[in-house]
Design a protein around this ligand. Structure first.
Ligand code: ARG
Length: 455
């Protein structure tokens, strides 16, 4: 394809280091779409003849079928997907195949393919996140009023509901969707027609090819079009953040499903046994989702490191971009599917959740708030009074609402028996009525908000 000024062939080791076909064959569909758009435009503009245009299109369609049925054998000697397809085209239609590459370079070709691929990947990530949100939402609907301990510092803090906890992740994954949506929108400009780097002397119509390929517009600067890989980095960044959020949820599943917590049960379908300990039920998929965060971050770091030293415009270093993106996409899509399935599968264990919420005096804040509200004390003073009552309860080994009123009054004489009403887990949860709070009435509002959006 490029041997005109060479006297001898490449060294054997070049055949090892240069080919990208083993991985960039995944761009076949995008490459064919890009070539079809390009050749139609060339024919419309009279840059090639209508007959050649027709022949090339027919050839490309045959190649599409050969790829679909697996009969096209890719060759490493032909380096990459672009040269493999062009070589096959020449076998099928003869010398007219050589006109396809008029006013084009592999440099604009590869990045056109890659933008199209990443665009679809953004859409798939969005679909995976939506499915996960739906699974979380379904659990939330079931458990609007199921009480569990809310933690700060991993210490029992205040009672919350499992529905509230599930809806927290619905919000988190909504922002992840927003990041993929933004990345998609920003990357959706066509580099095709930038040619090698400087544009072309042929009278091409870049608006035409941009439109055919579903791009919003052609990129304004041909050098930027060839050089830019920030779209891939932005996609990877969205993947990293999604993987990070998934990892937190996975970590909670691991913790919740351990017998020491027992907040949720994963069915046999999502746990594995131990080869030595017959009692074990290991949450492997959750652990793997958590573990795979590292490789997705690695993908981002690897590509950022490749790109950071590159002068404009193209350098073969950039060939390293694809495997990182493919790996991150495969990983995130797999993790999203596994997580959605686990969330759908899990059975909450309200008794265990409740039992874990009882100790640790999680309604001490409610006691302090009552002292502020009813006795009109400043919060700092109320905090001190509640703290002293917690200490008393602790020495007696009883719950807050089991401390005899007279003994509470020994600490704060103005306390009345009305205080008992705020010390139960239910009344604590029900009282958190501020916007976004854990009161079932407020969680129901969140559920109502998302119901339409997750349809
Ligand atoms: N396989 C190459 C890549 O992935 C395609 C572009 C090659 N361009 C070039 N001038 N060698 O980046």
């Amino acid at each position: 394809m490029w041997g005109g000024r060479f006297d001898s062939g490449p060294a054997a080791i070049m055949g090892e280091i240069t080919p990208s076909i083993d991985f960039d064959k995944r761009l076949a569909g995008e490459d064919l779409a890009g070539s079809k758009a390009h050749v139609r435009m060339l024919a419309v503009e009279g840059i090639i003849s209508k007959d050649d245009g027709q022949a090339i299109l027919r050839g490309l369609e045959q190649i599409e079928k050969e790829i679909a049925d697996g009969s096209l054998v890719f060759k490493r000697e032909l380096e990459d997907i672009h040269l493999n397809i062009e070589a096959r085209l020449a076998e099928i239609i003869g010398p007219a195949a050589g006109r396809l590459h008029t006013a084009r370079s592999r440099n604009d070709q590869v990045v056109t393919d890659f933008r199209l691929w990443v665009r679809s990947a953004c859409e798939r990530a969005d679909g995976g996140l939506l499915a996960l949100q739906r699974a979380l939402f379904a659990q939330a609907e079931k458990h609007v009023a199921t009480i569990m301990p809310g933690f700060t510092h991993m210490q029992v803090a205040q009672p919350v509901t499992f529905g509230h906890h599930m809806m927290a992740y619905v919000e988190m994954f909504a922002r992840d969707r927003g990041r993929f949506e933004d990345a998609r929108k920003r990357l959706n400009e066509s580099p095709l027609g930038a040619a090698a780097l400087a544009g072309t002397s042929f009278p091409i119509d870049r608006d035409n090819t941009a439109k055919t390929l579903g791009f919003a517009r052609p990129m304004r600067n041909s050098m930027d079009a060839i050089s830019a890989r920030d779209f891939a980095l932005e996609y990877l960044a969205a993947c990293v953040i999604t993987a990070t959020n998934l990892s937190r949820l996975a970590g909670e599943l691991v913790q919740w499903s351990t017998p020491a917590f027992g907040f949720v049960k994963l069915s046999d379908a999502f746990t594995t046994g131990s080869s030595i300990m017959p009692q074990k039920r290991n949450p492997d998929a959750a652990e793997l989702v958590r573990g795979k965060t590292g490789r997705v971050l690695g993908d981002f770091v690897a590509l950022a490191t490749v790109i950071k030293g590159l002068v404009l415009t193209y350098g073969t270093d950039m060939q390293e971009d694809k495997e990182r993106v493919f790996d991150a996409a495969d990983t995130v899509e797999l993790c999203l599917a596994a997580m959605a399935a686990m969330i759908a599968d899990l059975t909450a264990q309200p008794d265990k959740m409740r039992a874990a919420a009882e100790p640790g005096y999680p309604t001490a804040t409610d006691l302090a708030d009552w002292v502020v509200r009813v006795l009109k004390k400043p919060f700092r003073e109320a905090h001190h009074i509640a703290g002293s009552i917690v200490k008393l309860a602790e020495t007696k080994g009883v719950a807050l609402d089991q401390v005899p009123l007279a003994e509470m009054q020994g600490i704060e004489p103005a306390i009345t028996k009305e205080v008992l009403a705020v010390l139960s887990l239910e009344s604590s949860v029900n009282s958190r009525m501020s916007l976004g709070g854990t009161a079932p009435a407020r969680v129901k509002e969140q559920i109502a908000y998302w119901k339409g959006l997750l349809k």
